[in-house]
Design a protein around this ligand. Structure first.
Ligand code: ATP
Length: 362
C-alpha cells in the first residue's frame, strides 16, 4: 500500500510540475521539496492520503523543535488560540523526552512569541510535531486529503461517464477506494452532439489528473443508431432500454479489459429510470456487477463533491440536444414489460457496437 501510494504521490507531483522526491518511511511518506506548501496541497489530492503537512525538518531535539515552532508562529497570520500536538515514534533509548514534554515546551514557546492563548479543545491553529527516530517534522497546518486507498490497490472498473454532475463523482469515488477507472462514454448521435461528448471528455480529464500514472483515457462507443431506434420504437420504457444498452456495452468492455465491474452515477429515485424498481430491471441486462457509489446520496451532496473534485464547472457546460426521454417515463416497470417493448436483439446490437469503440488519446 505505501509503495503504491509513494509512486502515486510522486507521479502526481511530477505531473503538476512540483519539484520533489518522495521517501517512504515506515508509516509515512516524506516529500523532500523546495516548495512544501504546494507539495502538500498536491499530495493531498492523491486518493489514500489522509493529510499532508507542509513541514520543516529539524533534528529530534526539544530546543530545535522549539526554534522551528517559534519561527512558524511568527510567520503565520495571527490567531486567537492554538494547540501543539506532538507524536514521538522510535526507541525510548533514542529520546530523553516524551511527546508530552514536546507539547508543553512547544506550547510555551509559541505563547512567548505570539499573543495567542492555548485551547486544547477547539484551537484556531494546531501545530504538529512528529518525531521519528532522529528527525522532527514541525508544521503549522495540515491539508486534509481524500482518505480512501491508493489508486491501483484494487482491480479496475469500467466507469460509465455521461459528463453530468453524477457520473464523474461516482467514478472518482471508485478511484478513491483504489480502483483505476476505464471511463466509457456512449455517444448519442443527434441526441447528444459534440458538446455532450466534450463535456464527458473534460470531466474525464479532471479525473485522470488525480492518478496520472494510470490509464484513464476516455473510451467512446457510438450509440446514436441505438438511440434513434429506441425513440422510433419504444414508449414509456425507452430510458430503461437505453440504460440496459449502456450497461451491456460497459459489460463487453469489462470482458475485453482487466476490469471487474461497472460504476454508474445513479442514485435511488433521482430520475424515473433510477427508481428502486427500475434499477432492478436495468441490472438484469448484465451479469457483471454494477456499482453505484452514489446510490443513497442526495443531489446537493453530490454537487458539493463535484465542486470539491473540480468537475462541477465542466459538468455544467450547456449541451443543447434533442430529447431522448419520453413524455411519460415508466417509474415502476417490470422486466417482462421492458423486454416486450424492447426492439429484438437490442442487447446484442449494443454489444456489437463496442467493436467500434475508440480511445481518446491526447
Ligand atoms: N451517454 C452516456 N455515456 C456513458 N454513460 C452514461 C451515459 N448516459 C448515462 N450514463 C450513465 O448512466 C447513469 C444514469 O444516467 P442519467 O442521465 O439517467 O442520470 P444522471 O443521474 O443525470 O447522471 P449524470 O449526472 O452522470 O448524467 C449516469 O450516471 C452514467 O453513469
Amino acid at each position: 500500500m505505501t509503495r503504491r501510494l509513494r509512486d502515486n504521490v510522486a507521479a502526481l507531483l511530477a505531473d503538476r510540475g512540483v519539484e520533489a522526491t518522495v521517501e517512504r518511511t515506515w508509516a509515512r511518506l516524506v516529500v523532500h521539496t523546495p516548495d512544501p506548501e504546494r507539495a502538500a496541497r498536491t499530495a493531498a489530492d492523491a486518493p489514500g492520503v489522509v493529510w499532508a503537512r507542509p513541514s520543516t525538518t529539524r533534528p529530534a531535539d526539544p530546543d530545535a523543535v522549539g526554534d522551528a515552532l517559534a519561527a512558524l508562529a511568527r510567520a503565520a497570520p495571527p490567531v486567537d488560540t492554538y494547540a501543539v500536538r506532538a507524536r514521538r515514534v522510535g526507541d525510548d533509548d533514542d529520546h530523553d523526552f516524551s511527546s508530552r514534554d514536546l507539547e508543553r515546551e512547544g506550547g510555551r514557546v509559541v505563547g512567548a512569541v505570539t499573543d495567542a492563548s492555548v485551547d486544547l479543545e477547539d484551537p484556531d491553529r494546531t501545530y504538529h510535531v512528529e518525531v521519528r527516530d532522529d528527525r522532527a517534522h514541525v508544521a503549522a497546518r495540515s491539508v486534509a486529503g481524500p482518505g480512501g486507498l491508493p489508486v491501483g490497490t484494487q482491480a479496475p472498473l469500467v466507469a460509465l461517464v455521461s459528463g453530468g454532475h453524477d457520473s464523474p463523482v461516482a467514478a472518482y469515488e471508485a478511484m478513491r477506494r483504489g480502483s483505476p477507472i476505464r471511463p466509457l462514454y456512449v455517444s448519442l448521435g443527434v441526441y447528444g452532439g459534440p458538446d455532450h461528448e466534450a463535456r464527458a471528455a473534460a470531466t474525464v480529464d479532471r479525473l485522470a489528473g488525480y492518478a496520472p500514472n494510470f490509464d484513464c483515457r476516455l473510451r467512446i462507443v457510438p450509440g446514436g443508431g441505438i438511440a434513434e431506434r429506441l425513440v422510433a420504437d419504444v414508449g414509456d420504457t425507452r430510458m430503461l432500454s437505453w440504460r440496459r444498452a449502456l450497461l451491456r456495452m460497459a459489460e463487453v468492455v469489462v470482458q475485453r479489459t482487466d476490469a471487474v465491474g461497472i460504476v454508474t452515477g445513479e442514485a435511488i429515485g433521482q430520475k424515473s429510470s433510477q427508481t428502486a424498481a427500475n434499477l432492478a430491471v436495468t441490472d438484469a441486462a448484465v451479469d457483471a456487477p454494477v456499482h453505484r457509489p452514489l446510490l443513497t446520496r442526495d443531489k446537493d451532496v453530490i454537487v458539493e463533491q463535484a465542486r470539491a473534485i473540480d468537475t462541477y464547472e465542466d459538468s455544467s457546460i450547456t449541451v443543447g440536444c434533442e430529447r431522448l426521454d419520453p413524455d411519460t417515463p415508466a417509474t415502476g416497470a417490470t422486466l417482462d414489460a421492458v423486454e416486450a417493448a424492447e426492439p429484438d436483439g437490442l442487447l446484442a446490437d449494443a454489444a456489437a457496437a463496442v467493436d467500434d469503440l475508440w480511445i481518446v488519446d491526447e
